[in-house]
Write a protein that binds this ligand. Sequence first.
Ligand code: KIV
Ligand code: ZN
Length: 530
Amino acid sequence: METKVSAVGGDSRVITIFDTTLRDGEQAPGCSMNQAEKLEVAKRLESMGVDVIEAGFAIASPGDLASIREIARVVRGSVLASLARSVELDIDAAWEALRGAERPRIHTFIATSPIHMEYKLRMKPDEVVERAVEMVRYARKRCPDVEFSAEDASRSDPAFLCRVFTAVIEAGASTVNMPDTVGYATPNEYAALVRAVRAGTPNIGAAALSVHCHDDLGLAVANSLAAIEAGADQVECTLNGLGERAGNAALEEIVMAMRTRRDVIGARCGVDSTQIYAASRLVSAVTGVRVQPNKAIVGENAFAHESGIHQHGVLANAKTYEIMTPESIGLPRNRMVLGKHSGRHAFDERLSELGFRFDTERTARLFEAFKALADKKKTVNDRDLEALARDAAPERPEEWKLERFIINSGSTITATSAVRLVSAGRGAEARRVESVATGDGPVDACFNAIDKIVGSGATLEDYSVDSVTGGKDAQGEARVRLAREGRAYNGYGVSTDVIEASVRAYVDAINAMVAETASVDDIPATDRSA
Ligand code: KIV
Ligand code: ZN
C-alpha cells in the first residue's frame, strides 16, 4: 500500500495531484469521450507527472469499463483509480477494470451529510459507518490501495466525519477524501474542516488526507488551496476545470498557483507545468468544450497584453505585468506563422513546440494536410495547426471516410446533397456508398444523406461552426454532438469550406460512435453484465 503523508508547514510538502478529468470531468453534460480519446488524455496526464489518474466509473457502462481496462494496460507511471459506490457490484466492476494496472486504486464512496443519508441513502448514520467499513474491507481484499470518499463531507457533522474516517482507515483505507460535493464551502470554512479532521481522526497519520472541490460558487480552486495550506496531502482536480455542474477545481490553476505563490502556499507538486497548455487543448478538442478566452492560465487571453500601458511595461520588463511566463505552461511566446514555403523541419519543430507528439505516420499525414491548407491560405498560424492536428490525425480508427460531396442550394430551392463515403469495412472489403437527400439548407441535406448511408439511429444534439482565425480565408471548425441510448459522441472537422468542415465533423462523430460500439463488443459478455 502506498501512502503519501506530508508534514504541515515549511516548503518541503509535496502535494499528490489526483486528476479526475476522465471521471468527474466526463460526467459534465456533453463531455463524454470515447476510448481512444480517453487513452490519449490518460497518456498525456501520465507524461505530465500526474500522480493519480481517475480513469472512470467502471460500473457506469461497459464502455467505461473497457476504457479503464485499456488505460490500465497502457499507463504505467501513475496510480490508476476507478470510482465505485459502497456496494459490492461496483467494487467488483472497478477491480475487474483495474486488475491489469501496475498501480491500481479502488476509490469507493458513500455520503455522510444528514441530508444525503436521510433522503438519498435512507440510512441511519450507524448503518453508513458500517457499510463504509465493510466496503473498504471488501475493496482491500482485492486491491492494496483503497481511497474512501465521504460524499458531501463539507455539509457533514465534523465529528461524524472524523468517526467515519477513523473507522475506514482502521479497515485499510490509505486515502480519505472530504469532498465539497455541492461547491458550498468557503475557503476559511473548508480549511477549518481540514484542521478539524486532522485533529479529530486519531489514526489520520496512517492515511493521506484528500480534498475535492466543486465550483458552484466559483471557489473550487480557492478552497483547494486553503485546504492545502491547512494540511491536505492530496488535491483532486480536472483539466480546464471540467466536471459536474459548474465543474471541479482546475488542475492548471492549482499547479500554477503552487508554483507561482510557493512563498505563501508552501507546497509543490510533481506535475510538469510546461505540458499544461497542450493538455488543456487536447481536453478541449476531445470533449468539444471550448476554453473561455479569459480562463485563468489556459484561456486565449491569459497571456495577451492588449493595452498600450501594459505592452509598454512588458517590453521594458516582462515582470511588470507578467506573474508567470507563457513558456512555463508550454505556450511558445512567439506566435510563429508558417506558409507554403515552410519546410518539414520548421513544421515538425512548431508541432513539438506546441506540445504535439505524433508518430511518424501521423506527422506525415498532418504535413500533407498542412501543405494543402498552405496552398489555400496565405499564412498558417498556431491555431490553424492545432485545428489541423485534431482533424487530420485522429487517434481512433476511421470506419467511414468522406470521399466527396455535392450540394445544390439557394434561397429559392430546396437544398439537395449527394454524399459519398468510403467504409473501411472492419476487416471486410472497403466499399463506396453514395446517397442523395434533401434538407433545410445544405448542411441539413448533407447530414441527412450521411444518415441514409450509415443508419446510425443517432440524434443531433449540438452543432456549431466557428472560425479558427480571423480573415476571409480563415478555416472554419465545426463541432457535432450526436446522442444515442444516453451516450454522446463528439465529432470535429476543419476546412476553409464550412460545409465541408460540418460534413467532416458529422462523419467524425459517427466514427466515434462506431469505435465505442466496437470497443464494447471486445469485452467478454460476462464482464458486460457487471
Ligand atoms: O463530488 C464528489 O463528492 C465526488 C465523489 C464521488 C468523490 O465526485
Ligand atoms: Zn465530484
